[in-house]
Write a protein that binds this ligand. Structure first.
Ligand SMILES: Nc1ncnc2c1ncn2[C@@H]1O[C@H](COP(=O)(O)OP(=O)(O)O)[C@@H](O)[C@H]1O
Ligand SMILES: [Mg+2]
Length: 366
């Protein structure tokens, strides 16, 4: 079946199967892979795995701190939940999906936190027709992803937990500390979590509408902070591989242009950190300059060139989309982008062909 965005377990089905076949390591209860194999799945390895005699390469999916990945995996095998925090677009969601897919075989057992999330949505609710007809019964209970995770012994993902009101968040406390959920409406109703159950929560530290998390809940989690990528080569690599797979997936037959990718990676990294490679200081835009945004600017530009000009990505399209991404929140960001072009890009234009071409497209930002 075709899907716009297949879940990690579908996208990497072959890799996961091949790794499972090979894995002889010790596994925590109910885990589909041993911790070392979960790590290999996420950060890749040189040696391919074998599946029915066929070599399957184990690709790197998350670029960054490999030790953090090991810590995260060990947390999942223990008593506390895993909390991934960081700026938007640092691959927190992606990492939580990869971990769930590798450990439990599914990344779909997920609660999406919003301002409207209630305790019922986190624990369980009722099929009201059945409830009125027969009274409370197990059949009338509608399980939440948290309930399902406890019952099946799999991971429950909790996206954007700090968007939920603090009282709703706190309904996780007893589940995480005692691994049990009381169902007072049912006679003797108690759900004990099966081994294999745990929670991976994600939280953005910068978005508006973020609620405080209580100290009691914080103590039930191990926190891992995901930092934005801090080097142009790595950033370019992520943009390249993500853009390639997104374009392929949208049916756009266009080669990824490595020069354009490097230009974009440089611009994003410099504006995000406020420092150019020559060592000049820059103002930092308010808009998110995450790697995810860079991927989106590239893909958007490549698709525009493909559909309207039937050609590969052009720098005018790139600058147009850059403008759209950076200047969505306020006008000050526009002057920061202009200053970047009139100082940094201009200086490099004298030494380098592609920067010269980039500079000549500054007309799009006024
Ligand atoms: N360190 C990284 N390694 C691999 N991909 C990354 C990395 N940082 C960002 N990305 C890209 O950014 C995308 C957005 O990540 P996402 O998981 O939605 O971010 P978050 O949940 O932190 O806002 C990822 O799907 C991936 O394409
Ligand atoms: Mg996310």
């Amino acid at each position: 079946m075709e899907m716009i965005k297949p879940p990690a377990e579908t996208l990497y089905e072959k890799e996961l199967r091949a790794l499972r076949e090979e894995d002889k390591g010790k596994r925590p209860h109910q885990w589909l892979l041993s911790p070392a194999y979960v790590r290999d799945f996420i950060i890749g390895r040189e040696r391919p795995a074998l599946l029915d005699g066929e070599k399957v390469s184990i690709t790197r999916k998350f670029y960054g701190n490999d030790v953090l990945i090991e810590r995260a995996i060990v947390t999942l095998a223990g008593n506390r939940g895993l909390m991934l925090v960081g700026e938007p677009g640092t691959a927190k969601t992606m990492l939580s999906e990869l971990l769930s897919a590798a450990v439990s075989g599914t990344s779909l057992n997920t609660i999406q936190g919003t301002a409207g999330t209630t305790e019922d949505m986190i624990k369980y609710s009722w099929n009201y027709a059945m409830l009125l007809d027969q009274g409370p019964s197990e059949a009338a209970l509608v399980p939440s992803p948290l309930y399902a995770g406890m019952k099946q012994g799999i991971i429950t993902r909790f996206e954007e937990i700090t968007r939920c009101p603090s009282e709703a968040q706190d309904s996780l406390i007893s589940v995480l500390s005692d691994k049990v959920l009381n169902i007072p409406e049912l006679d003797g109703g108690v759900l004990f979590a099966r081994p294999g159950f745990n929670v991976i929560a994600t939280a953005n530290i910068r978005d508006k509408g973020v609620n405080e998390m209580s100290g009691a809940l914080k103590r039930r989690f191990n926190f891992e902070t995901i930092k934005p990528v801090a080097n142009v080569k790595l950033e370019a690599k992520i943009i390249e591989s993500q853009a390639r797979s997104l374009l392929l997936h949208s049916g756009v037959e266009a080669e990824v242009d490595l020069n354009a990718v490097e230009l974009l990676a440089t611009t994003f990294l410099e504006l995000r950190t406020g420092l150019t490679r020559e060592g000049y200081k820059l103002d930092i835009p308010q808009a998110s300059m995450s790697t995810a945004e860079a991927v989106s600017v590239y893909v958007q530009s490549a698709m525009t060139s493909y559909y309207f000009e039937e050609r590969g990505i052009t720098l005018d399209r790139l600058v147009q989309n850059l403008l759209g991404t950076i200047v969505k929140e306020n006008d000050k960001d526009l002057s920061i982008l202009k200053a970047y072009f009139s100082k940094v890009v201009k200086e490099r234009a004298g030494q380098d062909e592609i920067w010269k071409e980039y500079y000549s497209e500054r007309k799009w930002i006024g």
